[in-house]
Design a protein around this ligand. Structure first.
Ligand code: A2P
Length: 320
């Protein structure tokens, strides 16, 4: 079972390692459900999904099956994160959107509901790039009021954001009645987010890492982590794998993480990072690795003006 990390001053905790459920290329629902059941047996309790991933339904089925089989005693033992998609990022659409996710997941409440991206889509688009007229910056003030409403209604225990920069968080904190508990961002030895980590620590915002293994095999990732010579040298010396070295580094930054693996051995390996630590020299070597981000807003939506600016801003939080 993964260690737990405290979430700000809320008294709640989040499992340090959860299972990411975004598969690229997409897999069928049965494959996702089987992987989640395998992960539950291995000890995973945090599952990260999103409306946009198409994995809410199979995750919900796996949770229901695990409960009915008695693999897990009660729903409260799970920590479920899901995300508001950009096409519902409008004041009146947010409570209906979370209710749709609850239905998909067969749950009464979410543990952490995140704004997926700081972007609003004015039409539901399934193909990318998205035309400029179908996309605009998020009106965070009105969106956040509805996110707070979700928490006040008890249909989510916590609210947060994903892919937000220091500047966006600062703005959000200036008016939020409920501050964001989590910012889920890309974080790994090749994208270290130094400025963002320091900012979030100061403000009591917990960071969850996506792509903690560099998302190898997806359109937005590559093998820069699993085949990195520096990580491999550390791994060999410590009897670990490059993946475990990467995840251990993320853990030592105080972040939780949601590595995706639908493979029985690898998902178990990814949970097994708590009985050792990196030396100062090993951490130093990792901190010298060249910085390279995998996913960008422009690669998701297209090279539109305000997205180029946001990407530059997000980049500064890691390179500063
Ligand atoms: P698989 O599902 O076949 O295990 P990220 O979590 O950074 O998005 O990376 C996910 C990718 O890394 C997936 O392709 C996944 O493949 C692979 N992966 C997950 N765990 C490991 C591991 N321990 N060693 C090598 N590759 C891994």
């Amino acid at each position: 079972m993964a260690a737990e990390i405290a979430l700000g001053c809320s008294g709640k905790t989040i499992p340090a390692v959860g299972l990411g459920t975004v598969a690229d290329p997409r897999v069928d629902a049965e494959t996702t459900k089987a992987a989640v059941l395998e992960a539950i047996k291995a000890g995973y309790r945090h599952f990260d999904t999103a409306f946009a991933y198409g994995s809410e339904q199979p995750l919900g089925e796996a949770i229901a099956e695990a409960l009915s089989l008695g693999l897990v005693k009660s729903r409260d033992e799970f920590f479920i994160t899901t995300k508001l998609w950009c096409s519902f990022a409008e004041r009146d659409q947010i409570v209906p959107a979370i209710k749709m996710s609850l239905k998909n997941l067969q749950l009464d409440y979410i543990d952490m509901y995140l704004i997926h991206l700081p972007v609003r889509m004015t039409q539901q688009m399934t193909k990318t790039p998205v035309p400029r007229e179908a996309i605009e910056p998020l009106d965070i003030e009105s969106v956040w009021v509805a996110m707070e409403e979700c928490q006040n209604l008890g249909i989510t225990k916590g609210i947060g954001v994903s892919n937000f920069s220091c500047r966006m968080l600062e703005h959000l904190l200036s008016f939020a009645k409920i501050p964001p508990a989590v910012n889920q961002v890309e974080l790994n030895p090749f994208w270290r987010q130094k400025k963002l980590r320091e900012f979030c620590k100061e403000k009591g915002i917990h960071i969850t890492a996506f792509s903690p293994l560099g998302a190898n095999g997806t359109r937005w990732g590559d093998n820069r982590i699993v085949e990195c010579d520096v990580l491999d040298e550390i791994a060999k010396a410590r009897g670990k794998t490059t993946a475990q070295v990467s995840l251990r580094w993320v853990y030592e930054q105080g972040a939780s993480m949601v590595p995706k693996s639908f493979n029985k051995q690898r998902m178990r390996q990814n949970l097994d990072i708590f009985d050792w630590s990196l030396t100062e020299e090993e951490s130093y070597k990792i901190n010298q690795l060249p910085q390279r981000k995998g996913s960008t807003l422009t690669s998701i939506f297209g090279p539109h003006d305000f997205l180029l600016e946001m990407d530059a801003e997000l980049k500064q939080d890691s390179e500063a």
